[in-house]
Design a protein around this ligand. Structure first.
Ligand code: XMP
Length: 342
């Protein structure tokens, strides 16, 4: 049986570097028609990306994906707020009866960058929505579709009309999909396999879920991803829409999975009795600073990673990188472990 690894199971091997100053290494890239300074997208979750977060992400050099758990009118207003602030963003739709209506309203408002987002994206409903959106909008729009976790799914979504696929099932910080359903694929091997398929199909890849640090971002890019999406890295930052809580003198913000029971209750106004089991958890995280500080540190970490492998650009990373598989003690050695510290 094949072994699948996740980020902390692998390490990148340093190479002879010609880099003089890591700050000179460019992390700029393009997603659709939008140029961004770092390949980082804030997750389309209702405690991560609302309109203020989308504006802050764009101004910091990344891009935000507005969540889809709002009415069509609210989504249009949020998108217009982002545009009027001089920013760009992705807008999200699902695969239900309202999704095409929502996409048409958002396109009419000017949106051109869409995410069709469902928990299990390799599905007949995804196929239907992708094909209808492609037939309706032609090549006027850039479509990300997900989430998926297999090379077969990459090939199918590409054939159904996706420009980019969002890869990752069950690896997110607030996910319990693997616990509840037994399904999902450890991220690093998942990305290596899916990125090979994406290369063959001519689509881009967003690595989504389980990224805890800039080191994980470098590993995701080394596996072949073009961009990463993150939720918990940004949860608690000033601009997120999460509800604030004050506990024992500390300010927290709520962060929750979109398939958590709490999110389903709020969203669908349903009572617990007739709800499916949640596949996500709800928690709260201490308030962090602004998203611009988080992006600044992530960018600096990516640049440093590039200097260790002698990558001159983001697209170089997957070409020049080599990695190995480490033991648990190798992983422990690679995290701070000061002797005698209390
Ligand atoms: P991180 O690790 O960056 O992951 O916080 C963010 C991603 O997690 C996914 N997501 C979920 N997955 N149940 C799941 O199984 C959920 O309730 C849930 N909510 C979010 C999503 O892909 C997000 O971008």
């Amino acid at each position: 049986m094949k072994k699948y690894y996740t980020f902390s199971d692998v390490f990148l091997i340093p190479k002879m570097s010609e880099c003089r100053s890591r700050s000179e290494l460019s992390t700029e890239t393009k997603i659709g028609n939008i140029t961004i300074d770092v390949p980082i997208i804030s997750a389309n979750m209702d405690t991560v990306t609302g309109k203020e977060m989308a504006v802050a992400m764009y101004k910091a050099g990344g891009i935000g994906a507005l969540h889809r758990f709002s009415t069509i009118d609210e989504a249009v207003r949020d998108y217009e707020f982002v545009k009027q602030s001089g920013a760009e963003c992705f807008v999200s739709v699902g695969v239900n009866d309202d999704s095409i209506k929502r996409a048409i309203a958002l396109k009419r408002a000017g949106a051109r960058h869409f995410i069709i987002d469902i928990a299990h994206g390799h599905s007949a409903m995804m196929r239907h929505t992708l094909e209808v959106m492609r037939n309706t909008f032609g090549t006027d729009v850039y479509i990300v579709a997900g989430n998926i976790a297999t090379p077969e799914a990459v090939a199918d979504l590409a054939a159904w009309g996706a420009d980019c696929v969002k890869v990752g099932i069950g690896g997110g910080s607030c996910c319990s999909t693997r616990v509840i359903t037994g399904h999902g694929v450890p991220m690093f091997t998942c990305l290596v396999d899916c990125c090979e398929a994406a290369d063959r199909a001519g689509v881009k890849v967003i690595a989504d879920g389980g990224i805890k640090s800039s080191g994980d971002i470098v590993k995701a890019l080394a596996a072949g991803s073009d961009f990463i999406m993150a939720g918990s890295l940004f949860a608690g930052s000033k601009e997120t829409p999460g509800e604030e809580i004050f506990r024992d003198g500390v300010r927290y913000k709520v962060f929750r999975g979109m398939a958590s029971t709490a999110a389903m209750i709020d969203r669908d106004n349903r009572n617990r009795a007739d709800m499916p089991v949640g596949e996500g958890v709800k928690t709260s995280v201490p308030l962090k600073g602004s998203v611009s500080e988080i992006i600044k540190d992530l960018k600096s970490g990516i640049q440093s990673g590039m200097s260790y492998m002698n990558a001159k650009s983001l697209s170089d990373i997957s070409i020049v990188s080599t990695w190995g598989v480490q033991t648990n003690s190798g992983h422990a050695e690679g995290t701070p472990h000061i002797l005698g510290e209390k």
